[in-house]
Design a protein around this ligand. Structure first.
Ligand code: AMP
Length: 213
């Protein structure tokens, strides 16, 4: 099963993507996580990506496409995957569709986790990420059992650089201009499904499972 997660930054698509990946035993592929891992390891790709990420801008399509196409060659992708944060532009979506078509494959579902703008700023301000394992939480919507400690590994939680208030508004405007058009793109492809992302994390997941069947 091949799934694309859509939604504004902070809508909770990453959390849902991880839950889907665990349930269907397919990899969760997050371009943001791959960029952050490259930054942590000090790679050339990481250095280039960081300049854009710190400003809340998108990393150029050429860099992103090279990275993701390489990731698809990993054997763990044979039974599909859930994409989180890719595609983020129409050019990326077209490149993805073309690369699947070349292999006689297609995307099965595009799931839009819909959350109105007024909730997004509040949500992104409350996001916390584990410095050790990358687990993501929210102080209000997905709290850890012990404040400031990761439920998965006990690591320290932090606010991502690009979740800081000055970057959040920029990311939201980038989302509207560059990524939201993908909702039309996947509607036209006939695979768009929308879930109400303002509901409780587990309820959103139930709604997604109903769609995936
Ligand atoms: P995310 O963790 O998905 O919110 O991504 C964090 C940041 O990584 C974004 O604000 C972008 O700067 C960059 N990024 C992640 N995925 C993409 C993508 N598909 N295309 C361009 N930039 C991306």
């Amino acid at each position: 099963m091949k799934i694309v997660m859509l939604g504004a930054p902070g809508a909770g698509k990453g959390t849902q993507a991880k839950m889907i990946a665990a349930k269907y035993d397919i990899p969760h592929i997050s371009t943001g996580d791959i960029f952050r891992a490259n930054i942590k390891n000090g790679t050339e790709l990481g250095k280039k990506a960081k300049e854009y990420m710190d400003r809340g801008q998108l990393v150029p399509d050429e860099l992103t496409l090279e990275l993701i196409m390489d990731r698809f060659t990993n054997p763990d992708c044979v039974n599909g995957y859930v994409l989180d944060g890719f595609p983020r532009t129409i050019a990326q979506a077209k490149a993805l569709t073309a690369s699947l078509e070349a292999k006689g494959e297609k995307m099965d579902f595009a799931i839009d986790v819909d959350v109105p703008d007024e909730n997004i700023v509040d949500r992104m301000g409350g996001r916390r990420a584990c410095v050790a394992c990358g687990g993501t939480f929210h102080i209000k919507y997905n709290p850890t059992k012990i404040e400031g400690k990761c439920d998965l590994c006990g690591g320290e939680l932090m606010i991502r650089d690009d979740d800081k208030p000055e970057t959040v508004l920029n990311r939201l405007s980038v989302y509207h201009t560059q990524t939201q058009p993908l909702i039309n793109y996947y509607t036209e492809e006939g695979i768009l499904k929308t879930v109400d992302g303002t509901k409780d994390v587990n309820k959103v997941f139930e709604d997604i499972l109903e769609i995936l069947g």
